[in-house]
Design a binder for this molecule. Structure first.
Ligand code: PRP
Length: 184
């Protein structure tokens, strides 16, 4: 019988890069740092859909201060991760004067992040920081500053814990390197 990893063919993955327990530990540590840094202040946590949804759900439960939650989504014109980006879903809340923490699953070229930083800065937020689970510094094409980073990862195609390949693998509880031969 074909071996499965959380329902997906094990053969689709080259290896598990970050197992679920390591993700749990790191997310808890990020939550503790964020709680400490924003102690006594109001915080709006913004999830950048869709990739960040799993990370966001876990991170929120590790943040032990009162906070609001909101959502944004961007899409790239080219349909790739490296094209120009546009806003697909905007915040419901007015964030003027608020401390905003953007939550991203991965910073790849950094284009999404610089676009979002520009938009949010124009809204006169009180402060704007970014928490990214994964960062691929070797791929940055724009100057990026990420205040809270979970893991620095090499330039490999990673999926799981919210990250997809053609909408697949988001429900994998760990971060895996996808095999080049994995089917669409
Ligand atoms: C991914 C990820 C980031 C962006 C990073 O989103 O969630 O938002 O790409 O890439 P960049 O640094 O090169 O701009 P994707 O477009 O795959 O959409 P998704 O979150 O809905 O999966």
């Amino acid at each position: 019988m074909k071996k499965l990893v959380h329902g997906w063919p094990a053969g689709d993955f080259e290896k598990i890069l970050i197992p679920a327990p390591a993700l749990r530990r790191r997310v808890r540590a990020l939550g503790r740092r964020i709680s400490r840094d924003y102690q006594g202040q109001k915080l709006t946590v913004v999830c950048v859909l869709k990739g960040s949804l799993v990370f966001m759900a876990d991170l929120l439960r590790a943040v032990h201060i009162p906070c609001d939650v909101d959502f944004m989504a961007v899409s790239s014109y080219t349909g790739t991760r490296s094209g120009a980006v546009r806003l697909a879903l905007d915040l419901r809340a007015n964030v003027a004067g608020q401390n905003v923490l953007l939550v991203e699953d991965i910073v790849d070229t950094g284009l999404t992040l610089s676009y979002l930083r520009e938009i949010l800065s124009a809204r006169r937020v009180k402060s704007l920081k970014v928490c990214a689970l994964l960062d691929k510094p070797s791929r940055h094409r724009a100057p990026v500053s990420v205040e809270y980073v979970g893991f620095r990862v090499p330039d490999r195609f990673v999926v799981g814990y919210g990250l997809d390949f053609h909408e697949r693998y988001r429900n994998l509880p760990s971060i895996a390197v996808l095999k080049k031969s994995a089917s669409k």
